[in-house]
Design a protein around this ligand. Structure first.
Ligand code: BGC
Length: 739
């Protein structure tokens, strides 16, 4: 339903004016460090000409408030009705204040914190004139070779759904168009995370049961939370490109999931229907994308929707279909208040961008998302030491601390791990001496990243003296009480078009770690990555491993707080951490098979278990679970069972724990996964404190889509229930479901 104002506008528009509303252009203004040779010549001029001709309804990549106002004036002058443009942008994990990357936020298992983080991102974005985020990314990822695993919430549909809804609430606020908020655009619809071989953009084949049970739930959660936009995906889904897939964009998205907002293509994905050898030419591409359900085409240049006039003339599309899309776009502009006031306050924007409270939220998010993977003999937190040697290039790289998918960051105020440790150590009662050496050269990609046009790629340091640097690293590690080795993937080694064929530590970083460990100095591994890496050697040979992801603007400060015990790790893995790339794909929710006794021996040359299970993460505090109970041992199919458990902090220090509930259906219409996450709660427990936690298991938690009936089913059956601190929790109870 649209307003009378929108209907009136629509009625007074010509077909050409309507089509103009359905086109979104990149507006490329690269920063000084960028490489202009990678931008198509004349791009900016072409977009400004389109604005002047009323042939652009939306722009992306404008982050400067003055430019936003200038372009807005051009847009308004360029069409008879003075309709402003909608500015979209990749607000993925912050705008100026950079938060930990999305997979890290998911690892906090803290929906309130995630909502708060995206609300800060929205506030900064709105202040500079951005109306809409191309986020959250909701693609379930079970193959860590796929670089975009970093942009999502990992492998699990339940966690993914909770995180999706929290992000939508954070971006949009209490309602679409709320002050200091922006439209959320869940992406990429749908199934993009299942790219063959983990190779970005390659085709995806998903059965209906995988789509319904695993890949669609986060989108459903985002739509139920009111998301105003959805972005279509690039790849073929079951042989049909997602952006031209009517079944997907209409039958599933609109009819089954009830989405009422507007659908945008991915960058160039409508015009690329021709490159894909799906559409005959650009006219056919535009017509088929529109008829499939696309509303707005995102393009760098030469959009397929520029050919909709021709498609209309020759009958490939009809005006009612165009009206439907225009109505959706105008309604979004109206909801945001743009039809009344499309401009931003350029002065106020600076105050918002510099708000110190934003940086504090970012620090907290970095602390809460770190996952302690190993801590033998409680080496961490570091206490009573006189010196620490910090090693590794990544310890001292501001750009890597921030992670990929950011554009408007501020390096000056970014705190690296080394800087964080230095500042922290200097402030201690008995100051700790901090030394540093990079040890080995920075690894670089074999092929350049798509983000090199922003000048963000890692580069080879020609003057690096490998032999001398490694000796220096060994020397300072030997002299120190503790060594902190910071290793991982450079930020351009993960993200879009950053798939990998191995999961090794890139470059010579393992050699650095081995040389440091050989000195006999107790060694902490601080890992910066957005995917699981092969940590078998580190797990077997180092006492402590802390996964800090790419922790953002205040990352180094957060890491120092964690290492020295000012903050206590409480994050949990949002994916299964496998041992070796050969285990891909591996996720905890596999089915039982006819011979579960050999579950752990599927390979003869490596264990079939993960290195760290889904949901795993240690703390400096220790927790125990007891008194697991169900409200009733039997329930009707539509009934609710309440599961309750005591969680006790058995240690002498306060800490956070994520209590997790897993279910397993013993028999029924389909064979169901050995475990499925169906509830969780992040708790803060003081030393010695016990809290009783309750989870309601409703019919919704037991419902699933079955390939046997080709429909949703609710079986009368028995359920196993486990509650604990990871997917291997062993505290067990059960209940039955009756007809
Ligand atoms: C990505 C999207 C992104 C868009 C705009 C595409 O290459 O797949 O996730 O939102 O670019 O930057």
């Amino acid at each position: 339903m649209s307003s009378a104002r929108v209907e009136k506008l629509l009625q007074s528009m010509t077909p050409a004016e309507k089509i103009g509303q359905l086109i979104q252009y990149f507006y490329f203004r690269l920063p000084e460090r960028g490489d202009p040779s990678m931008v198509p010549p004349g791009q900016v001029e072409a977009v400004e000409a389109a604005l002047a001709a009323g042939r652009a309804g939306s722009l992306l990549f404008v982050t400067d408030p003055a430019t936003s106002n200038r372009l807005q004036r051009q847009a308004i002058a360029g069409n008879r009705h003075g309709i402003p443009v909608l500015f979209g942008f990749d607000v993925i994990h912050g705008l100026r204040t950079i938060f930990p990357v999305p997979i890290a936020l998911a690892a906090s298992w803290n929906p309130e914190l995630i909502e708060q983080s995206q609300a800060v991102a929205a506030r900064e974005a709105r202040a500079v004139g951005i109306h809409w985020a191309f986020a959250p990314m909701l693609d379930i990822a079970r193959d860590p070779r796929w670089g975009r695993i970093i942009e999502g919430a990992g492998e699990d549909p339940y966690l993914g759904s909770v995180v999706a809804a929290a992000q939508v609430r954070g971006f949009q606020g209490p309602h679409l168009g709320a002050d200091e908020h922006i439209i959320a655009g869940p992406k990429h619809f749908a199934g993009y995370g299942a790219a063959l071989g983990g190779r970005d953009y390659d085709e995806v084949d998903l059965s209906d049961q995988e789509l319904w049970n695993t890949y669609l739930p986060p989108f459903k959660a985002a739509i139920d939370a009111g998301a105003g936009n959805v972005m279509s995906a690039y790849m073929d889904l079951n042989g049909v490109p997602a952006t031209g897939n009517r079944w997907l964009l209409n039958d599933i998205l609109r009819e089954a999931l009830g989405f009422e907002g507007f659908v945008v293509s991915d960058a160039n994905s409508a015009r690329d229907l021709a490159a894909h050898h799906y559409a005959a030419d650009l006219t056919d591409a535009g017509a088929r994308a529109l008829n499939a359900g696309l509303d707005l085409e995102m393009a760098i240049l030469d959009p397929a929707f520029e050919h909709l006039d021709e498609a209309l003339e020759n009958g490939q599309v009809d005006i009612e279909r165009i009206d439907t899309s225009v109505r959706r776009l105008l309604s979004a502009k109206e909801a945001l208040g743009l039809l009344d006031d499309p401009f931003v306050d350029e002065q106020a924007a600076q105050t918002v961008l510099n708000d110190p409270a934003h940086r504090e939220t970012a620090r907290k998010a970095a602390e809460e998302s770190a996952v302690l993977l190993r801590n033998e003999n409680d080496l961490l937190p570091l206490t009573g030491i006189g010196s620490v040697a910090v090693l590794g290039q990544m310890a001292n790289s501001k750009r890597d601390t921030l992670g990929p998918w950011i554009f408007d960051y501020d390096l000056e105020e970014t705190v690296t791990v080394l800087e964080g440790i230095r500042a922290h150590a200097a402030g201690l009662e008995t100051p700790v001496e901090v030394t540093y050496a990079p040890g080995v050269p920075s690894p670089v990609r074999l092929f350049p990243s798509m983000f090199d046009m922003w000048g963000d790629g890692s580069k080879t340091d020609e003057n690096f003296d490998s032999e001398a640097e490694l000796s220096r690293a060994v020397e300072i590690a030997t002299a120190a009480d503790v060594a902190v080795v910071v290793v991982g993937e450079r930020q351009d080694m993960i993200g879009e078009t950053a798939s990998r064929s191995t999961l090794d530590l890139p470059g010579e970083q393992l050699a650095l770690l081995q040389a440091v460990v050989a000195t006999g100095t107790p060694t902490v591994v601080v890992l910066m990555s957005g995917r699981p890496l092969d940590l078998r050697w580190a797990e077997a040979n180092t006492p402590a491993i802390l996964q800090v992801w790419y922790p953002g603007t205040r990352g180094g400060e957060a890491v120092a707080n964690l290492l020295f015990g000012q903050a206590v790790p409480g994050g949990k893995l949002p994916f299964t951490w496998l041992r070796h790339v050969g285990q891909v794909p591996m996720h905890y929710a596999h089915t039982r098979s006819h011979d579960p006794s050999k579950q752990d021996r599927r390979y003869w040359d490596e264990e079939s278990t993960p290195l760290y299970p889904f949901g795993f993460g240690l703390s400096y505090a220790k927790f125990a679970y007891s008194n697991l109970a169900v409200s009733s041992s039997s329930t009707p199919v539509d009934g609710v069972v309440t599961v309750s458990v005591d969680v006790t902090n058995t240690s002498g220090r306060d800490g956070n724990e994520v209590a997790q509930l897993y279910l397993h259906q013993r028999y029924g219409t389909a064979s169901r996964p050995v475990r499925l996450l169906k509830g969780f709660r992040r708790l803060h427990l003081r030393a010695g404190q016990t809290e009783r936690v309750e989870f309601a298991v409703t019919a919704e938690e037991r419902r699933y889509w079955s390939a046997a009936t080709r429909d949703w089913v609710l079986d009368a059956t028995s359920f196993d229930v486990w509650v604990g601190g990871s997917s291997t929790a062993d505290l067990h109870t059960e209940f039955t479901v009756t007809d």
